[in-house]
Design a protein around this ligand. Structure first.
Ligand code: C2O
Ligand code: CU
Length: 488
């Protein structure tokens, strides 16, 4: 039994901490009473077979009005496609490349899944790129429950820009059923609707700054959709930032809301005031749905004028629920890094001189000057190393070699004026501390580093192979901010 009373101190305390002390250790309270459930002990499940055919499909998502856009997608049906597994199930996914250009290779990265290295989908590094007419068979059993997504890892700014992504959900983490379970896949589109075409996905100006923002914003392919929820129920919302660029600042107006998982991993529920989500980041929320006829709103406060992304409508006879105290999820089984023996490695994320020049260029002149004068499209670095090409074909050496089974602390320093969501493949980081934010304890596969923030994360290098480590603002990734490390 969870007590009926809740405490409200946590939110206020967290808000007042604002600019936290240097390398403040993450705080550890929740106002709710629940504890994480015991990890599920699952035996082998069944095998789910899916066929993903990367192809151009003329598509009219609701957000495109009546206009057809030459999307690149993995399936014929609904966008985004959702693959749903039970804990312990094996996924056998065949990717076929039928993209319309002779040299347009592709691959699938299963973002956030701690899978075997050869299933990780990074072309050249762990598999050959899948050329048009070819196919590739992926098979793995996700070790964790939660909300994940998958996407191309080739020519990503365009292929992701055109829609080559989908949702991957692994069920089995609930301790008590919620009254609904709803995916909210949030992204912009770089479209010119009248022309029925996509705009340029990559701009020098964007790549040197915060990225190129799409003018059309959507949730599940709709502009400001009405999301129907059972009135007064406690509803699980799985928010996924599927955009190539935009960092969201998510809040809910008009309903109680708690965060129950971050990047798929259960956290002790805490009240949502606002949460910043870079591209590829996910949060699972529980909200108390509005009463019949009332609405609540999903807001992005990242822009000067906050934007309503979607709204929630209560439907049906009101459910009778006690005071808001959402049931926690089951704990994940992620190895705990040993801080006594951990090896510390420093990573600095910076602009190159060219990147700095581009970011200072005048808005109008930016692209013109860039095209004319810039000798290099390398704008970003990790420890002064820039990935050599926009593609993966020329592999540099690994930036670090980690002994398998050992604990590591990565000190991630953002020495730039822009935010960088830093993504690690094959592992999940435990956030240890930050000098700019006071966040609740959590794991993350994509840590949003604010300008000039230093954050420390810990993890056990328990997954052998070559693992990418890059910014998930794709234009940053493709202009240098990408490296990999080897676990052996
Ligand atoms: Cu979701 Cu290497 O990326
Ligand atoms: Cu970045």
């Amino acid at each position: 039994m969870r007590p009926l009373l809740t405490r409200r101190q946590f939110g206020a305390a967290a808000a007042s901490m604002g600019a936290a002390a240097v390398l403040a250790t993450v705080s550890g309270q929740s106002e709710y009473a629940g504890r994480l459930g015991a990890p599920l002990d699952v035996g082998p499940g069944t095998t789910a077979r899916v066929r993903l055919i990367a192809a151009q499909r003329s598509t009219s998502l609701p957000c495109f009005g009546k206009h057809l856009l030459p999307m690149w997608t993995f399936t014929d049906g609904e966008w985004p496609p959702i693959i749903r597994l039970n804990s312990g199930d094996r996924l056998a996914a065949t990717l076929e490349n039928r993209l319309p250009r002779p040299d347009e290779s592709t691959s699938i990265h299963w973002h956030g899944i701690r899978l075997p290295n050869d299933q990780d989908g990074v072309p050249y590094l762990v598999q050959p790129p899948v050329q048009p007419g070819e196919s590739f068979a992926y098979a793995f059993t996700p070790p964790d429950t939660g909300t994940y997504f998958f996407h191309t890892h080739c020519n990503t700014v365009e292929q992701l820009g055109r829609g080559l992504e989908g949702v991957l959900i692994v069920d089995g983490d609930t301790t008590e059923p919620y009254d609904a379970d709803t995916v909210l896949f949030i992204r912009d589109w770089q479209v010119d609707l009248e022309a029925g075409e996509f705009n340029t996905f990559f701009t020098l100006r964007g790549a040197g700054r915060a990225g190129t923002f799409g003018p059309l914003r959507s949730v599940n392919g709709e502009v400001n959709p009405a999301v129907e929820l059972p009135a007064s129920g406690d509803c699980r919302l799985r928010l996924i930032n599927g955009d190539v660029t935009r960092i969201l600042k998510i809040s809910i107006e008009g309903a109680d809301a708690a965060v129950i998982a971050i990047d798929g991993v259960a956290v002790l529920p805490f009240p949502l005031s606002s949460w910043s989500m870079g591209p590829a980041m996910r949060i699972d929320l529980v909200i108390r749905a509005p009463q019949s006829g009332r609405v609540a709103r999903l807001i992005d406060g990242s822009t000067a004028d906050p934007v309503q992304l979607a709204y929630f409508v209560g439907r049906g006879d009101p459910l009778v629920r006690s005071d808001f105290d959402p049931a926690p999820l089951r704990a994940a089984t992620i190895a705990e890094p040993n801080m006594k023996t951990a090896t510390r490695l420093n990573f600095v994320f910076q602009a190159t001189d060219t990147g700095q020049t581009v970011s200072m260029l005048d808005d109008q002149l930016g692209d013109l000057l860039g095209e004319l004068c810039l000798s290099s499209r390398t704008f970003w670095t990790i420890n002064s190393y820039a990935w050599p090409d926009r593609e993966h074909a020329r592999l540099p050496p690994p930036r670090a070699i980690l002994d398998r089974g050992k604990s590591f602390v990565f000190a991630l320093k953002n020495d730039s004026e822009f935010s960088h969501p830093i993504h690690v493949h094959g592992h999940t980081f435990k956030l240890l501390r930050s000098d700019k934010q006071n966040l609740p304890p959590h794991h993350t596969d994509t840590l949003l580093l604010l300008p000039h923030e230093t954050a420390e994360v810990g993890f056990v290098a328990d997954n052998p192979g070559d693992w990418m480590f890059h910014c998930h603002i794709i234009e940053h990734q493709e202009t240098g901010m990408m490296q990999y490390f080897r676990v052996r």
